[in-house]
Design a protein around this ligand. Sequence first.
Ligand code: 4FV
Length: 246
Amino acid sequence: MIEASLAEGVVGRAIERGLIDVAIHDLRNFTADRHRSVDDVPYGGGPGMVMKPEPIFKALDAIEARRGGRPTVLLTTPQGARFTQAAAERYSSSKNVVLLCGRYEGVDERVLSRVDEEVSIGDYVLSGGELPALVVVDAVARFVPGVVGDDQSVAEDSFSRGLLDFPHYTRPAVVGAERVPEVLLSGNHAEIRRWRKRESLARTLVRRPDLLEKATLDEEERRLLAELQELQDGRIAELQNRKTGQ
Ligand code: 4FV
């Protein structure tokens, strides 16, 4: 599953070009019993199985020996802190990141003594930590110089600035009755930049107001946001009036 996903796209090309190196370790190779057991029944009873600590410890030892030095060890689990663009950027400054992928009910709690951060990609339960690990690899790899064609686009990625992205359009200019916003056809780059800022702010204000608290806004954005909030307050007041039939 992991090899297949890493063979494609931006990450696949980055691996081919040697910009990043991804090694995959089968925990069964770090077992001692003839059944190569990586899981066992839970102490205290209950459904499902739990991943044994020893194979994980041995795998981490082998990785440290091979890579030389203490890696940043991340466990993908619903119990972790929500994964964000900021976390992706932070992990990208580590020389070696190990992603520990759980299966079954999860890993033995004693494994956490070797884990730096528990990372969740969302409040839902998957059958394994591999897909979340691939999400982390993809988001972190984009911060490695050269991985994404135009490093500028990473800097402008949504969330890099803490705002939702502005709408994107491409040819043709008209589809059915839908025209591309005039400003984008104007060639007036100052106007286009202002329009994009306003659209990002408007979307963030409506869909993710929580992000605005953390976002770093420049002077122009603060002014645009104030205008949008005024508009929004006006609309909310209007709706309330309509509701109360005033
Ligand atoms: C998950 C998540 C996730 C839970 C049990 C693996 C599964 C199984 N990981 N964000 N959501 N993991 O559902 O990171 O061991």
